[in-house]
Design a protein around this ligand. Structure first.
Ligand SMILES: Nc1ncnc2c1ncn2[C@@H]1O[C@H](COP(=O)(O)OP(=O)(O)O)[C@@H](O)[C@H]1O
Ligand SMILES: [Mg+2]
Length: 342
């Protein structure tokens, strides 16, 4: 198990930005940000913000524009139009300051294969200009966080994909940045490694702003405090998992299993309960399975239960559907691969 301990290591340059810009609340802010490659509108005018303590999940099908957005925020690409700030610094005008304040795990983390893990982390400390006196502590902390103690003297090119991902995470964390941008951090990991990375992200989330991309729905449910769904370079949904679930057809549907002499005719009573849109009932053995779809508004489960009891039925089981994120995802994105889309 990887360590969950979080020790504040270094005062980030963010403090300077906050002093210069005391009203700044969002650590990442984009305004109509866009990047086109010829006819390909990879990112097509997106606006969103993310603050400290937030894990913002960037969700979308392949080719939606997630990685391109991250490359714009981290200064690896320049925008075709629009603006963005990271820790209050403009991504174009103040790109050096931006890079100092963030840690970035790119989709195919470019690591130096010939180097051993320990030497590579030392090298990252040097290019990150971490003071010599603080380097050992900084490296020890990320080794523990990323679970790398067993491979320190192994060449990176000989590591499994899971370990290379961990090294990528370690290099993103070594200067203890306030902002982390992680492009599919669990891609290629086995279930246990995925679990460990999610635990690490949750542990880091408390005092950082984390933007992560994924197409794994269970991942966003588990770690993200907010979800932005992106499709064809545009934001098509922005909210918490619960808010997005309210958009699904199954959200709020009441499922019951009833028994009793009058169970077969209970649907008429239930249709008259305020706020009920539709009732479907079907006999299954000695029970009747009922699905009640509310319109919203003045619907209450309490009234529904009273109507059931008035027919002398017994409730064997009752549950209220929350809705599923994959329903939302499928409804608002198209399940095709957009790589190479015009
Ligand atoms: N350097 C590039 N040159 C041309 N097209 C690109 C380039 N980078 C990305 N694209 C295109 O931009 C779109 C968005 O890509 P990307 O941001 O990688 O999507 P995602 O990370 O959501 O899978 C895709 O159609 C992709 O082919
Ligand atoms: Mg990508």
């Amino acid at each position: 198990m990887w360590s969950k301990s979080i020790q504040s290591q270094s005062p980030c340059q963010l403090a300077t930005a906050v002093l210069l810009n005391p009203i700044m609340t969002e650590l990442i802010q984009t305004h109509n940000l866009g990047r086109h490659f010829g006819d390909i509108k990879a990112v097509d005018g997106i606006s969103f913000g993310a603050g400290r303590g937030e894990v913002l999940g960037f969700l979308g099908p392949n080719g939606a524009g997630k990685s391109t957005t991250m490359k714009l925020l981290t200064g690896f690409l320049s925008p075709s139009f629009g603006t963005a700030t990271v820790a209050g610094f403009d991504i174009v005008e103040q790109s050096r300051d931006v890079r100092r304040c963030l840690g970035y795990l790119p989709e195919n983390a470019p690591l130096y294969g010939e180097m051993e893990v320990a030497a590579f982390l030392k090298f990252v400390c040097e290019i990150r200009k971490i003071e010599a006196s603080r380097r050992k502590a900084a490296i020890d902390t990320v080794i523990e966080r990323a679970g790398l103690s067993g491979v320190l003297h192994q060449k990176i090119e000989t590591l499994s994909k899971g370990y290379r991902r961990r090294v990528g995470l370690a290099q993103a964390l070594v200067h203890d940045p306030e902002i982390l941008i992680l492009d599919e951090p669990t891609d290629g990991l086995d279930p246990n490694q995925k679990h460990d990375v999610r635990e690490l992200i949750l542990a880091l989330a408390k005092d950082k702003c984390i933007l992560l991309s994924t197409h794994i729905l269970e991942e966003v449910e588990e770690v993200c405090s907010r979800i932005v769904i992106i499709s064809r370079g545009k934001i098509v949904a922005d909210g918490t998992a619960d808010e997005l679930r309210t958009r699904t057809a199954s959200h709020g549907v009441v499922k019951m299993r009833l028994s009793g002499a009058q169970a077969d005719s209970v649907d008429r009573e239930l249709s008259e309960v305020p706020g009920v849109k539709e009732v479907a009932a079907q006999r299954v053995g000695d029970e009747v399975a009922v699905l009640v779809t509310p319109t919203g508004g003045d619907f209450s489960v309490h009234n529904l239960v009273e109507a059931v009891i008035s027919k002398q039925c017994r409730i064997r089981d009752l549950s209220v559907e929350r809705g599923h994120l994959d329903e939302v995802f499928r409804a608002i994105t198209e399940t095709v691969d957009f790589s190479g889309r015009p």
